[in-house]
Design a protein around this ligand. Structure first.
Ligand SMILES: [Zn+2]
Length: 518
């Protein structure tokens, strides 16, 4: 059985709160989906959105190697004519070879929202599908609220599908638009529907409102659906759509269905991160298969087991989906974790017992190394003498001034010794950490030109109350990047400047050391 993957990240996915994509972002995502082996890419609703129309008009057909581009629209308005309905006719002028038409299949919606009769609803489906099929489009038909509609009036729900199939739709997609159906019921309805339509493909479109987006898609495939719709990382309205990333991995690795080739499956993690990045969403580190923590082993016993045989605590091998095994080091770690971590970071483990006790002491003080590989590498490197500080601090001072007119200025002055030379530098910034970062770079960059490539990519502050100390403790995490890699550093102190300073220095020192290794 072959499964067709239909991605709607660029249409349904953009309904997620806070997401807005430029035409160029859309093109980049479309190319990524194409190279991942997705069969259909639904890129927008051109009649409703000028930006979507601009995408369809500007995007070049030759940019896609495998995927077919899909334009979305609704069925014609009640009592109208398809050939006079702009939402329908505008698709005929686009080169996109596939039209996806949505229509109501729940009587409640037909009567309350469309305010028309079930007969007129069927007429609208028939006309619209026939019109676009007649214009040479491959027509995929989305039956909105299919499961609610089937529960309410199965005859009408099936009649809607029949109208679409008879008019020329090649795929009938059953949509759980409200996302509230559970797998057992959904599977039974899909099975029943598949029996009714042996001559066309039946597809599934699910949402995650009951936490069953992926489970429902898999259940539908078990019941005979051969076309699966979803979005990368499950982005979408409310709680999101079926996550196509997890679904692809499950279909292929768990259900034995070949959906993409193995080489492409190995790019799943990269694709998931790439799309999250373009959507300006912080990737959820706990995503199944592709999250940064998906193969992270923290407990000493687990790390022990993994070092004997990865199958002890891993359901699949991380490299199948392009992910990597990690052994975050923390207070639960044993010596094996330290050795595994040193190896992962390309370091000599050195005196493992000393490293472990240093980590435990620092965790007690509030440090956290799970997201701070750079600080951890330096901690290990300092015990072996491998890590060398970039400079020796004499002092720094920060002046923050707020004036009556609301203007705020911050200035930092730093004095230090670098490669035997004393440097003094002053810089302004939009905040104390920014000013300090600038002053520090100004002082040491002439000695380490590679710092030009390194910049801060993320800055997080947390006030710790889990801590036993009397004063509040501040933990700062800083991610730095050289454009190719990202690394995290941690600092802890009684004030935010001290904590930031440590993380800042660790991030730069690690970056310079790593560049030196290339
Ligand atoms: Zn949807």
């Amino acid at each position: 059985m072959s499964i067709r993957l239909f991605d709607t990240t660029l249409r349904d996915g953009t309904q997620r709160e806070g997401v807005s994509l430029t035409t160029e972002d859309k093109a980049r995502i479309a190319r990524e989906l194409d190279s991942l082996g997705i069969h259909y890419i639904e890129a927008g609703f051109p009649a409703s959105n000028p930006k979507d129309l601009e995408f369809f008009e500007g995007f070049d057909a030759s940019e896609l190697e495998n995927a077919r581009l899909v334009a979305f629209t609704r069925a014609r308005r009640p009592n109208g004519r398809a050939e006079e309905d702009l939402a329908v006719t505008c698709l005929t002028g686009l080169w996109a070879p596939v039209a996806c038409i949505v229509a109501k299949s729940w009587r409640l919606h037909v009567e309350k929202v469309l305010r028309t009769t079930p007969e007129e609803n069927l007429g609208s489906v028939r006309d619209t599908v026939a019109y676009l099929a007649g214009a040479g489009k491959e027509v995929i038909f989305d039956a909105e609220h299919y499961f609610d509609g089937f529960r309410d009036d199965p005859e009408h729900a099936l009649a809607v599908l029949r109208a679409a199939a008879e008019a020329g739709a090649t795929t009938l997609v059953l949509c759980d638009t409200n996302g509230g159906t559970l797998p057992t019921e959904l599977k039974a309805i899909v099975a029943r529907t598949v029996r009714e339509f042996p001559e066309v493909e039946v597809g599934i479109h699910t949402h995650n409102d009951a936490g069953c987006g992926v489970a429902n898609a898999l259940a539908a495939v078990e019941a005979g659906a051969t076309h699966v719709q979803g979005t990368v990382n499950g982005v979408g309205e409310r709680t999101g759509n079926c996550d196509l990333v997890t679904t692809i991995a499950n279909l292929q690795l768990k259900m034995g269905l070949k959906v993409v080739d193995d080489e492409r499956l190995g790019r799943l993690t990269e694709a998931s991160n790439y799309v999250a990045e373009l959507m300006n969403l912080t990737p959820d580190t706990h995503r199944p298969y592709v999250g940064r923590s998906a193969f992270a082993h923290k407990g000493g016993l687990h790390v022990d087991g993994i070092s004997r045989d990865p199958r002890t605590y891993e359901h699949v091998a991380p490299e199948r989906v392009g992910n990597v095994r990690r052994t975050p080091v923390g207070e639960l770690s044993g010596k094996n974790s330290i050795r595994a971590k040193a190896e992962e970071l390309g370091l000599e483990p050195g005196d493992v017992a000393a490293v472990l006790s240093a980590i435990k002491q620092r965790e007690y003080e509030g440090y956290h190394y799970e997201a701070a590989d750079a600080s951890l590498a330096l901690l290990i490197g300092r015990t072996t003498g491998e890590a060398k500080p970039l400079f020796e601090l004499e002092s720094f001072r920060i002046i923050s001034e707020k004036r009556a007119d609301g203007e705020t200025t911050v200035e930092a002055t730093i004095k230090l010794f670098v490669k035997g030379q004393r440097e003094i530098s002053t810089a302004e910034g939009n905040g104390p950490v920014n000013a300090l970062d600038r002053a520090l770079r100004q002082a040491i960059e002439p000695h380490y030109p590679e710092l030009k490539e390194i910049h801060l990519s993320n800055y997080k502050v947390r006030i710790l109350d889990e801590h036993r100390a009397t004063a509040a403790t501040t933990r700062v995490l800083i991610d730095s990047t050289d454009g190719k890699r990202v690394w995290g550093a941690v600092g802890v102190g009684e004030n935010i400047i001290e904590a930031s300073w440590q993380a800042l220095v660790d991030g730069l020192e690690y970056g310079v050391n790593e560049t030196g290794k290339d």
